[in-house]
Design a protein around this ligand. Structure first.
Ligand code: NOJ
Length: 562
């Protein structure tokens, strides 16, 4: 049994280090920059930071291509800076999670370099190599970033497998000595006082290798790789071993980036599950087809969003505990995804905040979400750094989209939308850096959207602070953290309402997901308004307000004690 599920009380803040705060004026965020901003995070009220990868890396995929697991990328600072961050944060009551990327390494990792040099070395079996007689790839799988998943080693008929970029060769988890190397590395970090990990692509570590030409599913003659590498039978053996040899003895918080089907959820997050929680992609990828082709976006309605969120809550609640999020470094900004452009503003932003924050699970806020940062629109595809954006653009053009349309669609969904520098104030580079050029453009809207200006009333930032305070340290904390989730039926499909219940206490959270008025029936007596984004609309009262009129994009949480 787990000792204590301390992470249930946590509110996590995700930092994309390259874009959070630059301390040495090179246009790139760094660890000292994060240390300098700990006060801001403390004041926000969060108590856990998830740090995207800061290990040594050629940065082909934003650091998810690690060339040395034991050392910090000089771009972000030194190994000592990392120790300092862990210690200083700890003193302030903030724990740190790092990103654990063990489905693949960088091709510049010494294991891969040794494997290339000597096909008979033990390192050759740390990866997945396949030689073919005719020099053609072993099969026609398409990697997640759009290129073929096998890359040929020059001058040979030998290929290696990579589910992501060709600079990210997949590790071979079947090899026991590789697994032991991984466990040693994980324990090295945990022993330093790290609270745990967000674990990258962990559902992909078991592969079902088949060598033949599959029926293509795209104009490129390739076939989406997911069906052979996601949640494959046998993965549970690796995950069990990983957790027993590393996380469990440390009582770590572990968040698996793994879209787990319902029938496997118990193994992942049940009482004796491998992880503390998993990220569910269903409502953040609601606009993306199952094959991950953003360039063919899927339309959806607030009603579909409601169903998807409720279904996710039901599944997770039956089995264990969940991670709540609307944004991360792989998503575009949530307001641009869920809200029509003309309606984006204080009310829609705070409504989204309330929508995910009162659900059952541990909330994750992505940097800039708490000030309502929005998508950026860059001028041309060359301005985008993200490898996935470039891949999707290329595929869209190959599929027959004209360049302008391809660009428009891809720009809207680009991962760089959330990777632009944090907007701290209205000064140079939004207070992110003193450099002449930042590594990625600052969103030109920083004069209107920045943290410093939001110290005034009715700001998105203040709303987030209040939400965090309510969850972590208020008379409602118990119900917000531990209450059972229950959908609340509404007549208007665009009103999303749900309840959290403990014994005779009830929290009813209501969201009017549209720019017109609506109404809702309020049950029970003795209602108390906990938080809302139209101050004064709801009259705190001891009587049951049968029909409550909702303003456009209004959210309100009511506490009922019956
Ligand atoms: C998921 C990470 O969040 C994403 O940024 C990365 O590109 C892939 N995994 C590959 O590591």
């Amino acid at each position: 049994m787990r000792k204590t599920d301390w992470w249930k009380n946590a509110v996590v803040y995700q930092i994309y280090p390259k874009s959070f705060q630059d301390s040495n004026s090179d246009g790139i965020g760094d660890l000292k920059g994060i240390i300098n901003r700990l006060d801001y995070l403390k004041r926000l009220g969060i108590n856990v930071i998830w740090l995207c990868p800061v290990y040594q890396s050629p940065m082909d995929d934003g650091g998810y291509d690690i060339s040395d697991y034991y050392h910090i990328n000089p771009m972000f600072g030194s190994d000592e800076d990392m120790d300092e961050l862990i210690q200083k944060a700890d003193k302030m009551g903030i724990k740190i999670l790092m990103d654990l990327v063990v489905n693949h390494t960088s091709d510049e990792h010494e294991w891969f370099q040794k494997a290339l040099k000597d096909p008979d070395s033990k390192y050759a079996d740390y990866y997945i190599f396949k030689e073919t007689a005719d020099g053609n790839p072993p099969n026609n799988w398409r990697s997640y970033f759009g290129e073929p998943a096998w890359t040929k080693i020059e001058g040979t008929n030998r290929f290696y497998l990579h589910e992501f970029s060709k600079k990210q060769p997949d590790l071979n988890w079947e090899n026991q000595s590789l697994r032991e190397e991984i466990y040693r590395m994980v324990n090295y970090w945990l022993d330093k006082g790290l609270a745990g990990f967000r674990i990258d692509a962990i559902g992909n570590i078991k592969k079902r290798l088949e060598f033949k030409t599959f029926q293509p599913d795209g104009e490129d003659g390739l076939r989406y790789i997911g069906d052979w590498v996601l949640n494959q039978p046998g993965i549970e053996i690796f995950l069990q071993e990983l957790t027993e040899k590393t996380f469990r003895p440390h009582n770590s918080m572990t968040v698996a980036e793994a879209n787990v089907p319902e029938e496997l959820l118990n193994l992942f997050i049940g009482d004796l599950g491998f992880f503390s929680m998993v990220f569910d992609f269903s409502y953040t990828d609601i606009d993306v087809p199952a094959t991950g082709e953003w360039f063919r976006p899927k339309a959806f309605t607030p009603e579909e969003l409601k169903k998807t969120i409720f279904e996710s809550q039901r599944m997770v609640q039956e089995k264990g505990w969940g991670a709540l999020y609307l944004e991360n470094h792989d998503q575009n900004r949530s307001v641009n995804k869920y809200i029509p452009e003309k309606d984006i503003g204080y009310h829609s932003k705070t409504m989204l905040a309330s929508l995910f924050f009162f659900l059952r699970g541990t909330p994750f806020i992505y940097q800039g979400q708490e000030i309502g940062m929005e998508n950026i629109r860059m001028d041309s595809i060359e301005d985008y750094d993200d490898i996935a954006t470039r891949g999707q653009y290329k595929r869209a053009v190959n599929a027959g989209f004209d360049k302008k349309t391809a660009f428009d669609i891809v720009a809207k969904r680009s991962r760089d939308n959330s990777r632009t520098p944090m907007q701290w104030d209205s000064g140079k580079n939004a207070g992110f850096s003193n450099a002449e050029h930042t590594w990625l453009k600052v969103n030109p809207n920083y004069k209107d959207i920045n943290a410093a200006d939001q110290e005034f009333s009715d700001s998105v930032l203040k709303f987030y602070r209040k939400l965090i305070h309510l969850r972590r340290d208020s008379k409602y904390s118990n119900i917000i953290i531990n209450g059972e989730f229950l959908p609340y039926e509404t007549e208007d499909p665009c009103v999303i309402a749900y309840q959290r219940i403990i014994l005779n206490e009830r929290l009813l959270v209501i969201h009017n997901f549209q720019n017109i008025k609506s109404y809702i029936r309020i049950p029970g007596k003795n209602t108390e308004a906990v938080i809302g984004n139209y101050t004064g609309n709801y009259h705190q009262s001891n009587t049951c307000q049968e029909l409550y009129q909702l303003s456009p994009y209004e959210c309100i949480a009511l506490y009922l004690n019956t």
